[in-house]
Design a protein around this ligand. Sequence first.
Ligand SMILES: [Ca+2]
Ligand SMILES: [Ca+2]
Length: 203
Amino acid sequence: MLRFVSISGDYAIVGDPFYDCIGAAYIYKREGDNWIKQEKLVQEKLVPSDTTVYGFGYSVSISGDYAIVGSPYFDNWDDYDYQGSTHAYKRIGGSWLEVKRIVPFDGTYKEIFGYSVSISGDYAMIGSESYDGSGAVYTYTLSSIPGDANGDGIVDLKDFMSCQQVLTGMFPSQFHFEAVDFDGNGKLDTGEPTMILRMISGQ
Ligand SMILES: [Ca+2]
Ligand SMILES: [Ca+2]
């Protein structure tokens, strides 16, 4: 299954979603003719309501200094069984550190987000197997600028407007959710657009 393995340059990532009933992923580095295990990645619980099911490592992708691991059967909240999550790592020095935990901003029950993942540079596409019955693909930039909701590189009123559109149910064509989820809870909270206004005004 190709989704369990990915190679970029001298690095490879291998998913083992059945490890210890939870799942894991391993990063290897090529040294001469050998591939040396450099990092073991496992899913960390961030809040007590996190219920790790199984399947971390079901999908993996690596590109340059970024790696991404899907955990499509992860329970994010009590009401969202098997919504899934995806975890992004960046190589910093000799270590791979988790830099982003991604959950779908409009996630649904048994969405199975992270069933497939692919990254190129810092650009990620994440597949949801069962979103709304037919599936969906989400796109993210892993090195997003905080507050830059439309991904144009600056934080201004347009970003605030994008958030308002999401909150009122009118999705803009492009929305860099991870840039405005300041508390990382996987939802756009009503206070987060206000934080963008503060960033713009410098207060
Ligand atoms: Ca912007
Ligand atoms: Ca949030």
